[in-house]
Design a protein around this ligand. Sequence first.
Ligand SMILES: Cc1cc2nc3c(=O)[nH]c(=O)nc-3n(C[C@H](O)[C@H](O)[C@H](O)COP(=O)(O)OP(=O)(O)OC[C@H]3O[C@@H](n4cnc5c(N)ncnc54)[C@H](O)[C@@H]3O)c2cc1C
Length: 472
Amino acid sequence: MTTNPSGISRRTLLKGLAASATVPLAGCSPSPASPPLAAPYVPGKPLPWINWGKNHSCYPSQRLAPRNEQQLLQGLTQAKGTVRAVGSSHAFSALVPTDDTLLTTDYLSGLVSHDPATRQAEVWGGTRLHSLGPLLESVGLATQNLPDMDYPSLAGAIATSTHGTGKHFGSLSTQVAGLTLATVDGQLLDVSAQQHPQIFNAARTHLGALGIVSRVRLQCQNSYRLTEVSQVEPLEQMLSELDLRMSNNRHFEIFALPYSPLGISVTTNEAKAADVNQGEEDPGALNQLRQVFESVSWLPGVGESLYAWLLDKAFGGNPPVVRTGPSYRVLAHARTTRFCEMEYSVPVEAGPECLRKVLDTIERRKLPACFPIEYRHVKSDDIMLSMYQGRDSAVLSIHQFGDLDYRPFFAEIEPIFHQYEGRPHWGKIHTLQAPQLAALYPKHWQDFLAIRESLDPKGKLLNAHLKQVLGV
Ligand SMILES: Cc1cc2nc3c(=O)[nH]c(=O)nc-3n(C[C@H](O)[C@H](O)[C@H](O)COP(=O)(O)OP(=O)(O)OC[C@H]3O[C@@H](n4cnc5c(N)ncnc54)[C@H](O)[C@@H]3O)c2cc1C
């Protein structure tokens, strides 16, 4: 998610409010119920692995870091037990953990080749998105879209159909024109719409269940510049103009502020020559928001309205924050506040109603939640297990601060998504199991399972989480 409720030029007011906020709200403070922070280092035990959200960990007995495809094939075929690939550990779901072999693709990084005529570039799968932008720019290319941060590896991002926002754009997986899979039986399989098209269609959202992705061929465009404008506005006004704003802008998204009629709009378009930066993102703004929320909420019956009033005073009428530059810099944002995240995509028409229901539930049940709710659009595709398969989607992301127990909050909200045939993000927190997931992917579920079975009949790549969500 993007949030720095950043662009907020009366930050001083918010900072001042936060500084004077000393009384904690019981429900929002770290409590003994907080999930234990995964894996301590224990002398004599293997070095622990832990994900960014710190909600999953494991103690892999073997770690592999192949430097080329030969080493990759050798490691993969010779490894004992379950093998899981790891990119930048940014998935919030338990896709990575294994106590057997953890295989990092960090050394498989960089640009392999590019073709100016087709604007395609072949990139090593372990390339982090923050390296990808400059690499592509060095040959005059850029991705059409990106998620709102650039920490993941390319292969890891594709694994879960990682996406940004924009009615006109699919997820990063839709920009894949071909890829190379190292399979457990020791082959390097090139797949594309022409070669092994069924495997290609499965591998563009592969969950790390089909093989190790060594190379990815991306369909790019000429490099370009963007300008992003972030502004605090009444949420209902944004929702009433949603179709227009989604249609008329290259990218548009909303951060709804719980317990407030306000939200933050983020509108991004191709840059004009005269565009200049204005204001700046404040990485501390989320924590300031939390401090203010915690300190007023203890006032029974008054806290919520006082909070809304304070936000209106702090943010109302602010000038926008403007960021302009190369596309890959503007689309990505820094994340300095740790959180855990649940995300569901629903049919695009249901998006506004679903968002209103989420906000209403938070307020009615007085849930300890002030983290902005992110609302994005993603274009439909026909990738087997893509969350956007067959439908244009509205995507709602729910966050909780990393030191708090997200479970009670997410448990109140998750059933709302089920009312709208919501599909959970494969890389984020959800509680669905194979039967429910299969029902959400009627067209291709069985096809994906059959391809997985044919590539890895003994389940060498299956960890406990994959067995659970795939039902194998
Ligand atoms: C701060 C933050 C912000 C985020 N923002 C967004 C966002 O804007 N949009 C969005 O859609 N998601 C977002 N996410 C979710 C995240 O980007 C995805 O879940 C992504 O899959 C993580 O990629 P990774 O490289 O970290 O992979 P990991 O988390 O390390 O692994 C994810 C999956 O990829 C597999 N994998 C990794 N490398 C390979 C390989 N070479 N071959 C085969 N399998 C492999 C793993 O086995 C695993 O199944 C965010 C997460 C965080 C923590």
